[in-house]
Design a protein around this ligand. Structure first.
Ligand code: IMP
Ligand code: MG
Length: 169
């Protein structure tokens, strides 16, 4: 769906925009492991300048399981007063992000924005404001550049869609 050159060029553009929008501010890139790791790594270098990265992990929201995601690893550092950009590989239903944003907002960052590489807008359930989007995608199940199927394919340098046959196999 997206080859590595296309991704690289778009990440460079996003990095320039984020850098310009946060000039002279202490920027904190916050990522939800593991999917956002690869994008964050490239984006942080595309932004350049002074910034810090921090990571959290959550057990994914499962529809019909009471509606609460669970933090399995919290951020190391306080974000109060920081310009926080939450970096995601993909926003799908938006339910996970909705929970994470609510949590981070309660810690009183100066600003809190979302940057996602991929937006599967047609699948959205929870409306989320997204400041920076790499690519709008359809409903296909995607792998690569951080996205996985049962933990595999994250390290592909491109984004591919998986066929129904591959998924059911
Ligand atoms: P949500 O539905 O927006 O809460 O998405 C939660 C998580 O589901 C994402 O952060 C991804 O880890 C995963 N996810 C959503 N769509 C895909 C996909 O197409 N491929 C791989 N993982 C996905
Ligand atoms: Mg994810």
């Amino acid at each position: 769906m997206l080859d590595s050159d296309v991704i690289r060029d778009r990440v460079a553009e996003l990095g320039e925009r984020i850098a310009a929008d946060h000039a002279d501010r202490e920027l904190r890139l916050v990522t939800v492991l593991k999917g956002g790791l690869f994008f964050t790594s490239d984006l942080a270098r595309a932004i350049g300048g002074q910034l810090q990265v921090d990571f959290m992990a959550i057990a994914p929201y499962v529809v019909g399981q009471g509606g609460v995601a669970r933090i399995t690893k919290d951020l190391d550092d306080d974000i109060e007063g920081c310009d926080v950009v939450l970096v995601e590989d993909v926003v799908d239903t938006g339910l996970t992000l909705h929970y994470v944003l609510k949590l981070l907002k309660s810690r009183r960052p100066r600003t809190l924005e979302v940057c996602t590489l991929l937006d599967k807008r047609v699948r959205r359930i929870a409306e989320i404001p997204i400041a920076y989007t790499g690519f709008e995608m359809g409903e296909e199940f995607l792998v690569g550049y951080g996205l996985d199927l049962d933990g595999r394919y994250r390290n592909l340098p491109y984004v591919a869609s998986l066929s129904r046959e591959a998924l059911s196999a």
